[in-house]
Design a protein around this ligand. Structure first.
Ligand code: LLP
Length: 391
């Protein structure tokens, strides 16, 4: 991201954004597909033989999915809706890992009829439900056990998933009962994997390292009882910087992550799987919005734009620090809050920021919005959803 002749450009190919606003009617998410490819290739290279299953929830745009599929990715999904979207975008059932704590009977039954590659099981009753439905359908379900090692990765509490307080995965103390249940359903369920996902926005990996060590032992023990066990899915969660542009430091974090993973899991001799979302697409998208008013009060300036928390909820929900950059850089500076039109005081993108000056009708980009942007958008206040454009 940089300015050329005071115009903001996106991605390594420095793509033009301003021309996309020629017929502007409402906020636009712009995704740079070349940037997505570059990120995928960097991660695939760092993780060597690991198969990457892109976490569709981060950004389910068909062209992003199709781009990743062409590069060799699989898809990590959490609903029948995401299964359908992945299939529509070119993935096959053999590319799909199905996670999620609340799979309904209907969803499980559809997944089994389709022959989904792997179902990551999140509870004992879910395992029993899968076993019963597969039996009825005379199918064999290929399952991985998502285990929860009770480990803190020091992230925002809303996106931590590997603590025993969290609803995700299964406690290690449940393993004997899980083994017995798997044996009971040996006609309809086959154990193929152990899976882990500790949460999102991991910026350091001590907790991750500890969790891998613990689950490696579990894998080895389970393998003795279940020779079909052949995959270790170590989840997603590698973070990105939102508050600064530092792709080099990010690559070095990625290489630390890969090193830890390979050192611990390398000698298991099994298939390795990962479920990255944010790292692949976060930087590749921006949300473009138009300044409506510069509202000056005795307390501060409000830069009122036409995008709101309904279009990008991350600042309101996780206090995420997205950079805000005008598409055309002017010479002065302005200090204030960037806020949307929604009738809530939580409707802000930046509090007390300092930006290069903006005027009414100027366009600004809310940076690094390619992950968990549009996918979490709503029509609250009956504001229309943003447009999406791939470049
Ligand atoms: N695998 C599973 C089972 C997941 O639940 C997730 C994300 C991922 C993989 C991908 O994680 P990533 O590599 O993207 O960190 N809305 C929040 C993030 C929620 C993450 C949910 N699960 C945000 O905007 O920060």
């Amino acid at each position: 991201m940089e300015y050329i002749n005071n115009e903001l450009r996106l991605g390594p190919l420095k793509k033009d954004l301003l021309s996309l606003c020629a017929n502007y009617v409402r906020p636009i998410y712009v995704y740079d597909l070349d940037f997505v490819s570059q990120r995928y290739q960097a991660m695939a290279k760092a993780l060597g033989k690991t198969r990457l299953f892109y976490a569709v929830k981060a950004n389910p745009h068909v062209q992003i999915l199709a781009t990743l599929k062409k590069l060799g990715a699989g898809a990590d999904v959490v609903s029948l809706g995401e299964i359908k979207r992945a299939l529509e975008s070119g993935f096959s059932v053999h590319d799909i890992v199905y996670s999620g704590v609340g799979k309904t009977r209907h969803e499980i039954s559809e997944a089994l009829k389709l022959g989904i590659y792997q179902i990551n099981v999140e509870s004992l009753p879910e395992l029993q439900r899968i076993g019963d439905i597969a039996r009825e359908l005379k199918k064999t379900a290929a399952v991985a056990l998502r285990l929860n090692p009770d480990i803190d990765i020091k992230t925002h509490p809303y996106i931590a998933t590997g603590l025993k307080d969290n609803k995700f995965g299964m406690e290690l103390s449940l393993i004997p009962e899980l083994s017995a249940t798997l044996k009971k359903y040996s006609d309809s369920v086959e154990l193929v994997g152990v899976s882990l996902h500790l949460g999102s926005m991991m910026m350091e990996f001590t907790g991750y390292q500890e969790a891998l060590g613990i689950l490696k032992k579990v894998y080895v023990d389970l393998q003795k009882q279940f020779p079909t066990l052949k995959r270790f899915d170590f989840g997603g969660g590698v973070g990105i910087f939102y508050d600064r542009l530092d792709l080099q430091r990010e690559e070095s974090l990625l290489s630390d992550y890969a090193k830890i993973t390979n050192e611990i899991l390398g000698d298991l001799g099994c298939e390795l799987q990962s479920e990255p979302g944010r790292w692949l697409v976060g930087h590749c998208g921006v949300l473009i919005t138009q300044v409506q008013y510069i509202k000056k009060t005795s307390a501060k300036n409000f830069i009122v734009v036409d995008a709101g928390m309904n279009h990008l909820i991350r600042p309101s929900l996780y206090q995420a620090d997205h950079l805000v950059m005008p598409l055309i850089k002017r010479s002065g500076e302005i200090r204030g809050d960037v806020v949307g039109p929604i009738c809530e005081s939580a409707d802000f993108f930046v509090k007390e920021g300092v930006f290069s000056e903006v005027h009414e009708n100027d366009f600004i980009a809310i940076m690094d919005s390619g992950a968990y942007g549009y996918s979490m958008a709503s029509v609250y206040n009956l504001q229309e959803l943003p447009l999406e454009i791939c470049i």
